[in-house]
Design a protein around this ligand. Sequence first.
Ligand code: SAH
Ligand code: SF4
Ligand code: F3S
Length: 445
Amino acid sequence: MRILTPKLFHISTMGCQMNDYDSDFLSQTLIRLGLSPTGAPEDADLVLVNTCTVREKAEQKACSLLGRMSRLKKKKPELTLGVAGCLAQHKGKQLMGRFPEIDFVMGPRDMARLPEILDTVVSRRTRVVADRLDLLRPEAICRPGYFQGNITGQIAIMEGCNNFCSYCIVPFVRGRETSRSPGEIIQEAEYLVSEGVGEITLLGQNVNSYRWESGDIRTFTDLLKALNRLSGLLRLRFTTSHPKDLGKDLIQAFGELEHLCPHIHLPFQAGSNRVLHGMNRRYTREHYMALIHALRDVRPDMAVTSDVMVGFPGETEPDFLLTMDLIERVGFDNLYSFQYSDRKGAAAANMDDKIDDREKASRLARLQARQKQITLEKNNKLVGHTLEVLIEGESRRGDQLSGRTATNKVVNFKTSCYNKGSLIQVIIVRAAVNSLTGEVCVPEG
Ligand code: SAH
Ligand code: SF4
Ligand code: F3S
């Protein structure tokens, strides 16, 4: 590969953890080509925007950032501007029409082509569209030192989704589900641990359907068991599970695997069976509740978080009240809640009985207000308890240290004698909705 003209690159990442993970791949690719990262887009020779398109708002956010980056390029024509990620896959050509400054668009499955694309764009001054979907994930780069200083890390164990929930664009922009080999995943985990990472989150749109056809590790639970044995790894998490595929073996694993954290993110989306059916989720509220009971039987301290949507086409007030009822019954530790938004190409976009925006906003506000109280009640119950915290770094305000409990709650505390990456015991003294305040238990003697 010849030496490229761009020297400094800047990546802006939007969307979910999968995009964060992909941005690290892109960043390591560019470093390997001899470029260096910069936090300031105005200093960069190459700007990459890694986009999301899961809801209309995500698309608007990406377009407004692309507008800003295009203005930057107008002032600095030698800048190379690329759009990566799910919106690039979904509407790449449209974006190129709207923003003539964009040099290339590259979908999530075509990211390995970045060096070749840059070569074409820089040397031949041609615009490039890279949107192939039928590809396997490229092997991780695992550059020594890249994650040094990070306490938490993540690994995509699979790519794509076959579920086709009727509202969702992800299967169209990330392609069909493919699993990575257990060997590759374990190697990447060993690399992260050697960099100093103590906590690994395994990523996939539907981790329960992880499958490998040969060897001892064939299912997701097999993979968790293997990683649980990894020397030096303190904590193991995963996201996201699908309620229709969450089997007994995984529930059992929560009781058996020492490093698997007692937290599950299990999206329920809606509390009404009629709406769940329309969403093509393929489970009922009764099944969802039974899963929660089974998980809490195995781990009574299990934290449960979820995703929920209001205003799916045809959702009536009684349907919405079933969602409110479900959040009451489960008592989620935290909830990510959204207003349904049409995604062109997904089945629900063509459904009748769309819900009025004002009604959606009002349902969302009611749900969020109640969930805030539930989260606070849950957090208040932890006051006086001693919990294990993995120290991740300084608190947001910078005057304290901050870490998370195994149940994934943020705890801020003052201490002078512990370092990032240590597991320590903390007594919870105060609770708020988004974080807890603790005091460090000083070991006796
Ligand atoms: N694979 C994960 C999550 C994918 S997207 C899963 O299956 O759970 C993250 C969340 O965005 C979803 O759980 C859903 O709640 C929300 N979402 C997806 N499409 C949406 C849409 N069209 N409108 C509103 N919310 C949506
Ligand atoms: Fe989208 Fe459903 Fe797949 Fe999640 S499981 S990515 S919500 S289609
Ligand atoms: Fe993630 Fe958004 Fe793509 S949620 S998978 S970055 S559409």
